[in-house]
Design a protein around this ligand. Sequence first.
Ligand SMILES: C[S@@+](CC[C@H](N)C(=O)[O-])C[C@H]1O[C@@H](n2cnc3c(N)ncnc32)[C@H](O)[C@@H]1O
Length: 258
Amino acid sequence: MSRYVLDHHLQGEKNRLALMSQLLDPMHRRHIESLGIGRDARVLEVGCGNGSMSTWMAEHVAPDGQIVALDLDLSLVDDVHAPGVEFRQGDIVTAPVDPGHFDFVTARAVLHHVADAKAATGNLVASLRPGGAILLIEPDFLPVSVAEPIKVRTFWSGWLAWSRERGIDYHIGRTLAPRLAAYGLKEIQGTAETAIYNGGSQWADYWRETITELRGDLVQSAKLNDALIDAFLAQCADPNRWVQTIAFTAVHARAPGS
Ligand SMILES: C[S@@+](CC[C@H](N)C(=O)[O-])C[C@H]1O[C@@H](n2cnc3c(N)ncnc32)[C@H](O)[C@@H]1O
């Protein structure tokens, strides 16, 4: 059974998921709208978190479509009775969901957390019907490699080292297209977009809350120290500091066949 490092029992996880919905749902919706989901589509979302995207997609396929929303842990789903959504507890690393069944499969901010991204990608692809479409959205922390000032860049190096040790791959975005190509998928296309935000904004709050909650573990790991964490938190609070952190990489593709 997979383990999710920022697990749902961490105090701030519900709030973090809510912030992710506010910050990332508009981009995710735009990609889905440009791909188009039929009113009778069978849709799978993996790693649904609080369920905001599945609930939104259900409105697009009602009443003839079907939405299955899978997560390791459904305890933070906002509304498990959302009309048109079937929430299922399960692990995408272990097996596909209803193999060969879905017209559209999507997962956002999930693959960078799984222990075996190859197996998870294979199972996402195996859940598609022939000709079905897949949309993956994952982070790539490329922008932090040029973060300023140097103390903050050093903070990010420590964060990435800590994450790697915990099995999180924050550079997975760049690997999505080749991962899908390896399964023989067609029409592979992608883009990456990066929020530009300042101290005190929602993204800054996301990071302040996350780092504050993980501070003990980060310091204990020796990958970061209090001075670097304080420098980072000061930047998160300063409205005059404008920064870029994550290139959210969205790649879509189609399974061969009709
Ligand atoms: C960072 S959260 C992202 C949630 C949501 N997709 C979003 O972008 O707001 C990652 C989610 O993936 C789920 N998850 C992690 N590993 C999983 C696995 N192996 N199978 C299914 N869900 C998984 C976690 O429980 C969590 O809800």
